[in-house]
Design a protein around this ligand. Structure first.
Ligand code: 3H9
Length: 705
């Protein structure tokens, strides 16, 4: 149901001050009713002779979260934001924005068009449009540059980060910060300005911070980032707009920004990033849970295993103030794990991303122990030891004896059956998978793996807990590899087949890098080390579960690389040869590939980058469609979130399933069918994909035409 403009912006007067309260749930975005309401109420305030000043405030302790993202790509309705800004800027009565909660994007731009701003000390301000593939399109690039200079504008707009009220005051974004009720402070401020009278400041007319800027400054920024920005539009346009603020007059600058905004709006990267914005929020929701399955409160966490994963998980918890009991099997392992945690924090202090005081507080929240009894009062315990079902079952058996009733028992397994682990306890309904990604203190994804036995309450709590520790949760069903690693296996297989068929590691990696992955597959393997996978394979061969002489055995190259003593970056050679960290292609690898092709009777051919990317991505999408149909993922967009936040899939492509839909599901099916004809069963098209193409529908069943 749409809201009336009168309700979207309420009006009252307090002793000569008009109070305009924006009340447009959930986040006071600048939707059409809100813009109409602002126009209406501003006129009302100007027309009222008893009103001497105007204060604009957001309801529910939040200012304005920016443009209504749901309106992008739809026909425009109601007044434009720029018209409201003009009314604010030209107001003969002083206008003050009272900022609490967030003033983001168009919300901050609205505030920058008013002459004065007062912020609550807990408020956050920012121009995060870049995360949506956009730039601030309502004067943000122009007014912020004129207010704070091009360096600050570039920093804030390109990073999209939020700044605190204190920082905003230092930069001049706000005129006053208050620890008390912001509306009262803003009213008092407005009264003072009304009493002073005179002309009120217009940021758009300032030139003191934009005069005499060397054009080389902007050129350097562009050159430094040329590679990283190659596939996106917004960052380059942001630099152009900030430069325009330094070289053009107010009207021209605003027009320049408007046109640049339109270019971004129409770019595929914008659609992809807006898709991800909603996909991330959608992924946190679980369909079909019992209505009374409310998340339990998590106030204390246990982590079993102080290795790389366990240490990273513990850091994620203490970073948000949650105390952690960290358990290891030996004092030596415990000391080593804690030392690694401290080293990680030292690096963040050196980089300036944390203060020593913050780090001391975080480390102080970790209680190391060797005794399971110390886990007794934890609300959730996460096991993060190596992948061995026997050991995990033993740990869960012990946990069952000490954990308090109702505690969530979670496993960080990336491969093993969560139901089998759950059966080692007398309370399988409380057991769940929480699959973190390495380094766990950095990577945002947490696959919450729901076994058949997990209760709704356990699922709801694990999802909420992941959000609590600032992760992006995605619910996955219990199958080999869950969502992410199941697709990764297909992706790796297809890349290995391409190598045998004629490509080289640097060609495959180059194609993936140019597509936007931060790192190619083979560089990644080299970085992780090749010996562990090799040893696991040899064990499978010894056990008779893998046959190295089968035509389907794709690891001859990997095996030969390891057998030649090349263990990856750490030994100076793997798929590449290394000088320090610098990798270069190695003719020895090509020779090995030629040899393997001869043994297998394969005639090597050449591939273009597009062929490589199409083949790898189509295989991923086909597997994604199977995962979706089996109910392992709740929605196609959950697979996108998994790949972007856990596997480095470029954000501006929206994830593999979104990429497929942008490309056309019919086109992707054509690639799959051609490969099916050429290579047989592993390319069998997912029935869901065939059905959607036949019915002309997208992943969510809506018509694609
Ligand atoms: C812009 O401003 C362009 C201008 O420069 C140019 C104009 C001409 N619109 O995140 P949450 C929904 S671009 C519509 O879970 P939190 C969200 O989908 C915009 N809906 O809450 C969710 O819906 P649901 C620049 C929005 O408290 C619900 O609100 N601004 C918008 O954790 C709650 O969201 C931004 O990029 C929106 N703008 O965090 C800010 N924002 O319940 C984007 C949220 O159905 N927003 N929703 O799932 C945020 O960063 C966070 O939402 C915020 C609150 C920090 C505000």
């Amino acid at each position: 149901m749409s809201m009336s403009p009168e309700d979207a912006v309420r009006y009252e007067t307090r002793d000569g001050v008009a109070l305009l309260t924006i009340d447009f749930p959930p986040v006071n975005a600048l939707g059409a009713p809100m813009r109409e309401g602002m126009a209406l109420r501003l006129t009302q305030a100007q027309d009222d002779p008893a009103v001497k000043a105007i204060v604009v405030v957001g309801a529910n302790d939040r200012f304005v979260a920016g443009a209504d993202i749901r309106e992008f790509g739809k026909p425009k309705v109601g007044p434009e934001l720029q018209q409201i800004q003009q009314m604010l800027e030209d107001s003969p009565k002083p206008v003050v924005c009272a900022i609490d909660g967030h003033a983001l994007g168009g919300g901050l731009e609205l505030a920058l068009a008013t002459p004065f701003r007062v912020a609550a000390s807990r408020a956050k301000l920012g121009l995060p449009e870049v995360h949506l593939g956009l730039l601030p399109g309502a004067g943000g690039t122009q007014r912020l540059t004129r207010l704070a200079g091009p360096e600050v504008a570039l920093d804030l707009i390109l990073s999209g980060r939020h700044v605190s009220a204190a920082k905003a005051l230092e930069l001049g974004l706000v005129d006053e910060v208050t620890a008390g009720p912001v509306t009262d402070a803003a009213i008092a401020f407005a009264r003072g300005k009304a009493a002073e009278g005179g002309a009120f400041p217009k940021l758009i007319e300032r030139t003191d911070k934009t005069r005499n800027i060397d054009p080389a400054f902007f050129e350097t920024v562009r050159q430094k980032n040329a590679m990283a920005w190659a596939n996106t539009v917004a960052p380059t346009k942001i630099v152009e707009c900030i430069e325009a603020a330094c070289t053009m007059g107010p009207r021209e600058g605003l027009q320049f920004e408007r046109e640049a905004f339109q270019v971004c709006l129409e770019a595929p990267s914008r659609a992809a990033q807006v898709h991800l914005f909603f996909a991330e929020r959608g992924a946190a929701k679980v369909d079909g849970l019992a209505p009374d399955a409310k998340p339990k409160v998590i106030a204390k966490v246990g982590v079993i295993g102080a290795g790389t994963m366990g240490g990273g998980i513990a850091m994620s918890c203490v970073n948000v103030g949650l105390p952690v009991v960290l358990l290891e099997a030996s004092q030596e392992a415990l000391d080593g794990g804690l030392a690694k945690v401290r080293t990680n924090y030292d690096i963040s202090v050196q980089r300036g991303s944390r203060t020593q005081a913050q780090v001391d507080k975080a480390v102080g929240l970790i209680t190391p122990t060797l005794d399971y009894a110390d886990l007794a009062d934890c609300d959730i315990v996460i096991e993060a030891v190596f992948e061995d079902m026997g050991i995990k079952r033993e740990i869960f058996g012990k946990l069952d004896k000490v954990a308090k009733p109702g505690a969530i028992l979670a496993s960080n397994t990336s491969a093993l059956s969560i139901d089998e682990i759950a059966r080692a306890t007398t309370r399988p309904g409380d057991v769940i998978g929480t699959h973190f990604f390495s380094p766990a203190n950095v990577m945002k994804l947490c696959e919450v793996v729901r076994g058949d036995l997990a209760s709704d309450m356990t699922i709801a709590t694990a999802m909420a807990f992941a959000k609590q520790i600032a992760k992006v949760p995605v619910l996955a069903g219990n199958c080999e590899g869950f969502i992410g690693n199941r697709i990764l296996r297909i992706y790796g297989t297809e890349a290995d087949i391409l190598l045998e068929a004629g490509a080289t590691p640097s060609q495959v990696d180059g194609a993936l890098k140019n597509f936007g992955f931060p790192m190619g597959l083979y560089l990644m393997r080299d970085m992780s080390g090749l010996d562990v996978g090799y040893r696991m394979r040899k064990a499978r061969i010894a056990a008779g579960t893998e046959d190295p002489n089968s035509p389907n055995y794709l690891h001859r190259l990997w095996d030969r690389i390891v057998e030649a003593g090349r263990l990856g970056q750490k030994s100076g050679a793997g798929y590449y040869k290394y000088e320090g960290r610098n990798a270069s292609a190695d003719p020895q690898i090509e020779a090995m590939l030629t040899e393997i092709a001869e043994e297998k009777g394969i005639v090597r051919q050449s591939f273009t980058e597009d062929q490589i990317v199409d083949r790898i991505l189509a295989a991923m999408v086909n597997e994604g469609a199977k995962i979706l149909e089996e109910g392992i993922a709740q929605r196609a967009s959950d697979i996108d979130v998994t790949y972007v936040f856990g596997y480095g899939f470029p954000k501006y492509r929206g994830g593999p399933m979104f990429w497929a839909q942008q490309r056309g599901l019919d086109k992707v099916l054509e690639i799959i069918l051609a490969n099916h004809a050429a290579y047989g069963d592993r390319w069998k098209p997912a029935p869901l994909l065939e059905r959607l193409v036949a019915q002309g529908q997208g992943w969510d069943g809506t018509p694609t035409a």
